[in-house]
Design a protein around this ligand. Structure first.
Ligand code: FE2
Length: 280
């Protein structure tokens, strides 16, 4: 039995203030979220076009190193570890993400510097990169606003300052996802998990399929106009000594999903915000 998310909205409080109360009480809540008109569409258009490039052109966009693996393009790992994968084209030399069935793209502030360093020509992608950068900046600003509110709950932790630290800044990531495999009603599209970061903003998804596994039961995420869901992760639980929870969640195709005649792919955008140093 699942229920719709109905966040706590105390009387007399503006929505802008209520998000901190919701996070402090249950680890998730809706925040005001109004990115510039057309921006998400531009990001998604570029992502879909990027995925049509030959794999040998996409692979150089993986810019991770042993210090930070998650930068740029991160395709799925080839072979039988890709559930639902039909004819994976990823070169066998690329390790990718094991036991997964989706492609990632992590936009971070320094992505183009890393692409320059690797001599990757991105002239044809400037419009998309500009849109990614603008949405990344918007999400950082919105996340920072929430942390400013949370400072009143945890004044000793200086969360907003730590979000802006020179260690945290390169880690804030806008993640684009593209799932593979046929969507069937009730089908899980990933494993249940908690995110490692402080908090996650659910920015956009083509098919609502996020389910939060809360102590009181499962709740299905329902998108709201001009709002975005934010929930706390492992780092939030760690730095607050579990006063904030790490929200377990999973992506599952709703039971009432009706497949279209043409196979559909679920794509989404999330933002991961970090606080560093890890221990105040
Ligand atoms: Fe997650």
């Amino acid at each position: 039995m699942t229920a719709l998310i109905e966040p706590f909205l105390p009387m007399g409080l503006q929505q802008k203030e209520a998000i901190a109360d919701e996070l402090a009480q249950c680890g998730f809540g809706y925040m005001k979220f109004t990115p510039p008109s057309g921006l998400i569409e531009s990001v998604m258009k570029g992502w879909r076009e990027f995925l049509t490039l030959p794999m040998e052109e996409r692979i150089p966009w993986g810019c991770g190193d042993p210090e930070d693996l998650d930068v740029g393009y991160i395709p799925r790992k080839p072979g039988e570890s890709c559930p639902g994968c039909n004819g994976c084209k990823t070169p066998s030399s690329y390790q990718g993400m094991p036991h997964d069935s989706k492609d990632f793209f992590h936009f971070k502030s320094h992505l183009t510097s890393l692409l320059d360093y690797k001599h990757v020509n991105y002239d044809g992608q400037m419009e998309w990169l500009d849109a990614l950068n603008e949405l990344h900046e918007f999400c950082k600003s919105a996340f920072h606003e929430v942390l400013l509110e949370l400072n009143s709950y945890f004044p000793e932790l200086c969360l907003s300052e730590r979000f802006n630290s020179h260690v945290a800044w390169p880690r804030h990531a806008l993640r684009l996802l593209s799932y593979h495999g046929t969507m069937k009603p009730g089908q899980p599209l990933g494993k249940a998990h908690v995110d490692r970061n402080f908090g996650t903003i659910q920015v956009y998804e083509t098919h609502p399929a996020l389910v939060l596994n809360l102590p009181g039961g499962k709740v299905n995420y329902v998108p709201r106009k001009n709002e975005a869901l934010m929930f706390t992760g492992d780092k939030a639980a760690q730095v607050t000594d579990k006063r904030l929870p790490a929200i377990n969640h999973v992506i599952t195709v709703p039971n009432d999903f009706v497949p279209a005649a043409v196979e559909e792919t679920r794509q989404s955008i999330v933002f991961f915000g970090h606080v560093y140093p890890e221990v105040a």
